[in-house]
Design a protein around this ligand. Structure first.
Ligand code: NAD
Length: 479
């Protein structure tokens, strides 16, 4: 066996090509530390090529009959499913996903492609009665041009797919900029799209660092719109860049999602429902239920039951279906989780379980009781397997605490009382509220997005994405 690491090129204009400066960066498996490959490290010169390629491809793709775009996206869904095992393997290696999370990601990506394929046919227009009887008014929907999709590391295939496939369905060409932690799955997706018949240049992948290629892409005047999923800090930068160029932008950012546990719930049952919403992928999920707000009657028994659920989670081989989650993405992520837990401990929070490294980059499932309201772990995104539980007097206070956050992505309300559940759902300021389950819930047709300023702007999913990635044009004709 050769010791030479595998190299991965950029994917531009339908073919693989190295970065023009010849630079690469290493990608490691978070679970083992193994070097997975050396990946092309793009800079501004490569950005020029990618934008030129996407601009060239746009008119042909936009000009195809919607049914042809539909067919290619359907074939791409089949291609993704056909390569399920290989994609799952790649996700386990590069993102530290368990086999269960990786399968979910691949299956959800295929489902997004199918939903987007259907949307390609539904770019409806309109007519309206003109004020001038001699004119006929038509309103048609047109694609925007080149869409830049910048993706994070935590669910690298499905989050890129969620941004890209609807843009493609609407007739745009796409440049994908994956996270530098997880570029390999984006390159695999590009190969599958090409195999499904996507013309060269319609979907390009530029790998590299945010500052070196992400930012030049975002600033490029040839990019018509930007869709970004990632941290709130980077999202703010992207919004500023988009504003400077007056470009359309959609931002899916961080969360510090509330889960309300109301007094009618059996604590054991509530804990069993809550646990997957907190600990899936080690809490590296934007919609993770990190802030748990429980009515006092059930709060402590619930927290103790949750601690038992957490302590019983199996942390083992990522390819073992029993494994609940694996490593955090890198050392910096582990340091952040440790800092949040340790400062909460010093500030008086009780650690009911966890609060330490399990092994390598894997942190033990952790449940904190009553961290102070100003603590990092309560206020900032931890992005780790850490749940904080606080007790409140009643539903009013629960809603007030839930809304006391600059985030507003997703929420859950655990209750059997639908009237109290609906009342909470209407008043919690989040882009989504799920009654009867936790906050980690995503579907291809749903409008996903944040309400709080740090959770982003705009909605993605189904027809909402297609509306975002197209623009209305008013045409008049002689009547
Ligand atoms: P990140 O912001 O560090 O990076 C995201 C992407 O932005 C990467 O591709 C990175 O290379 C790129 N980037 C960084 N700096 C850039 C710059 N100056 N210009 C252009 N691009 C730049 O985020 P991350 O750590 O990869 O992802 C985790 C974050 O993503 C968490 O905050 C999580 O909540 C959020 N997230 C949100 C959603 C959602 O749907 N709301 C979904 C998943 C993840």
């Amino acid at each position: 066996m050769s010791d030479t690491p595998q190299t991965y090129d950029l994917f531009i204009d339908g073919s693989e090509r190295p970065a023009q400066a010849g630079k690469t960066f290493p990608v490691y498996a978070p679970a083992t530390g193994a070097l997975l490959g050396l990946v092309a490290r793009a800079d501004a010169a490569d950005v020029e090529l990618a934008v030129a390629s996407a601009r060239r491809a746009f008119p042909t793709w936009a000009g195809l009959a919607p049914a042809q775009r539909e067919l290619i996206l359907l074939r791409a869904a089949d291609a993704v499913e056909g390569q399920r095992a290989a994609l799952v393997d790649l996700l386990i290696d590069e993102s530290g996903s368990t086999i269960t999370k990786a399968r979910y990601e691949v299956d959800y990506s295929a489902s997004l492609l199918r939903v987007a394929a259907g949307e390609a046919r539904r770019l409806y227009g309109d007519t309206f009665p003109s004020e001038r009887p001699e004119r006929l008014s038509l309103v048609v929907r047109e694609p925007l041009g080149v869409v830049l999709a910048i993706a994070p590391f935590n669910a690298p295939v499905v989050l890129l797919a969620k941004m890209a496939v609807f843009a493609l369905a609407a007739g745009n060409s796409v440049i994908a900029k994956p996270s530098e932690e997880t570029p390999l799955s984006a390159l695999a997706l590009a190969a599958l799209l090409a195999r499904a018949g996507l013309p060269p240049g319609v979907f390009n992948v530029v790998t590299g660092l945010g500052a070196e290629c992400g930012e030049p892409l975002a600033r490029h005047p040839g990019v018509a719109a930007i869709t970004f999923t990632g941290s709130s800090a980077t999202g703010i930068k992207i919004a500023q860049i988009a504003a400077a160029g007056l470009r359309r932008v959609q931002l899916e950012l961080g969360g510090k999602n509330p889960l309300l546990v109301l007094r009618d719930m059996d604590p054991e049952r509530a804990a069993a429902i809550a646990a997957p919403g907190i600990f899936a992928h080690g809490g590296q999920i934007c919609m993770a239920s990190a802030r748990i707000i429980a009515e006092r009657q059930v709060a402590r028994p619930f927290a103790e039951a949750l601690a038992r659920e957490a302590a019983a989670l199996h942390l083992g081989d990522l390819r073992d279906e029993r494994s609940a989650y694996g490593p955090l993405i890198n050392q910096a992520a582990l340091a952040k989780v440790t800092r949040h837990v340790e400062t909460a401990r010093a500030e008086g929070a009780e650690i009911l379980t966890g609060g330490a490294v399990h092994s390598g980059l894997t942190y033990r499932p952790t449940v904190l009781w009553q961290p102070p309201p100003q603590s990092l772990v309560w206020c900032e995104e931890t992005f780790g397997p850490v749940a904080s539980v606080v007790a409140v007097d009643d539903l009013e206070q629960a809603i007030a605490v839930a809304n006391d956050s600059p985030y507003g992505l997703s929420a859950g309300v655990l209750t059997n009382d639908l009237s109290r559940g609906l009342s909470a759902a209407r008043r919690i300021r989040c882009g989504a509220v799920h009654v009867g389950t936790h906050s980690f819930h995503s579907e291809a047709l749903a409008p996903i997005g944040g309400l709080g300023s740090l959770s982003g702007i705009g909605r993605s999913g189904g027809k909402y994405s297609v509306e975002h990635f197209s623009e209305l044009k008013w045409i008049t004709l002689p009547a």
